[in-house]
Design a protein around this ligand. Structure first.
Ligand SMILES: [Mg+2]
Length: 433
């Protein structure tokens, strides 16, 4: 066995393994397995009832097995006797077709067949709230423009340092931490890398931030829009496509240093971004971040239309430098595996069909966007997003109809659950009708 987990446990003092996977709604599930039992689990996987999590299965399904990927092993920096493992789901001897990590691997294989490797970096914004999640933990963090606030950042030094130290220990090459644009909001950046590695790290980052915040008496949330008047939690992805050691998005002669392949990939994004919103912005709450009215800081920092630009943060896609782009549509609820899988579905379609993204827009979209005619809008709610998702030919061809139908089925249950609850807003505005 190339990487014998039992042997590694022995060498590194690991007493327990968390065999973990992410379901369709982005929740992380796990079994805690003693090192003495890991050999069998590495071979055969840990058993789960798939129906009990967000996967399209019934209670009658046989055991779903989570087979750990030993290359994903992370020894918890704050509890080194526990080793975390991402895993791949198998049922009836076959990969579970709806498993997000499997869906990403399928897109990675498609890119590989064309000679490409996607590399990504993610910017996971989060809020630090008090224990019960009702208000911002730092009562002194009240500025109207709190972005990069040194005082508020340093009041959280102990926690931020612990998370950043952990990333240093794990070799992620973190390079900056800051207070973001909303009160109580933070962002921490580590270096971009291979898309699957970044996706596994994205899953682990969310787990780590929530866990360590809890240890400091707080609750961390990546919820897209926890406060009406404040900037929401984005999850911007920086992307570049590589052919071996060569960045296929880079062309010194190209407009803004981006190659034809790069513009075709962006063309694919422009073509399918609205249809893939159900993946990029997967919750009811997501749609309160995009298309939002201006926040107390002066800007939402989220897109409201399908446009691209140069180094300008008011558009859906920003080209901040040569050979890469930043996709700003995604929010904190996006599934760490499905999001880059969707990026590949759209981008590879763009390359295959030589999609033209049209002319770059250099305007301030927040100030002047309303003047544009014929610009594609983003869906206004999850229902509209799901309708676009299920009827998109690119989505069906890229992801396969079985997954599309499963995802829509599960998400429609969420939408129907939401719609069956009358809100306090409705009472306030309708009681006297
Ligand atoms: Mg940010």
């Amino acid at each position: 066995m190339a990487q014998d987990l039992a042997k590694i446990a022995d060498e590194r003092g690991i007493r327990y393994f968390l065999i973990s996977y992410v379901d369709l709604f982005g929740f992380t599930r796990a079994k805690l397995v003693p090192a003495a039992a890991i050999s069998d689990m590495q071979q055969n996987g840990a058993g789960f009832a798939g129906f009990a999590t967000y996967l399209d299965m019934t209670p009658a399904y046989p055991d779903m097995l989570a087979v750990p990927d030993p290359t994903s092993l992370i020894q918890l920096p704050w509890k080194p006797e526990v080793g975390w493992l991402a895993s791949d789901l198998v049922c009836g001897g076959k990969p579970v077709p709806d498993a997000p990590r499997h869906l990403l691997k399928t897109q990675i294989a498609k890119a590989k067949a064309l000679g490409y490797q996607l590399k990504t970096g993610v910017e996971c914004e989060y809020f630090l709230l008090d224990k019960d999640g009702s208000r911002i933990a730092d009562g002194a963090d009240t500025q109207a423009k709190p972005c990069y606030d040194q005082l508020a950042l340093m009041r959280r030094y102990d926690l931020i340092k612990q998370i950043c130290d952990a990333m240093l220990t794990m070799g992620w090459k973190p390079y900056q931490n800051d207070h973001e644009d909303a009160n109580g909001q933070f962002e921490m950046n580590w270096e971009f890398d291979d898309v699957l590695l970044t996706a596994d790290r994205h899953v682990f980052f969310k787990y780590m931030v929530k866990t360590l915040a809890e240890q400091h008496g707080m609750r961390a949330t990546f919820m897209p829009k926890p406060f009406n008047n404040l900037t929401g939690n984005g999850c911007h992805i920086h992307a570049s496509l590589w052919s071996g050691a060569k960045n296929a998005f880079y062309d010194p002669e190209g407009e803004l240093g981006v190659s034809k392949v790069g513009y075709n990939f962006i063309g694919g994004m422009v073509h399918s971004a609205d249809a893939l919103c159900a993946i990029f912005n997967p919750t009811i709450n997501s749609f309160k971040r995009i298309n939002a009215p201006v926040t107390t800081s002066g800007a939402t920092w989220s897109p409201n239309t399908v446009t691209y630009t140069g180094n300008n943060r008011t558009h859906m896609i920003r080209i901040p430098g040569k050979g890469r782009f930043e996709f700003r549509l995604l929010d904190g609820a996006t599934n760490p595996y499905l999001a880059p899988a969707a990026l590949l579905v759209a981008g590879l379609d763009g390359i295959a069909n030589k999609r033209d993204p049209g002319a770059r827009l250099d305007i301030d979209m927040y100030a002047e966007g309303h003047k544009l005619k014929d610009v594609k809008k983003l869906p206004l709610n999850l229902l509209d997003a799901l309708r676009l998702f299920e009827k998109s030919e690119v989505v069906r061809a890229g992801f396969g109809s079985a997954f599309v139908d499963s995802y829509v089925k599960l998400k429609m249950r969420e939408w129907n659950s939401f719609m069956s609850h009358a809100s306090s807003w409705e009472r306030e505005n309708t009681l006297d009708c």
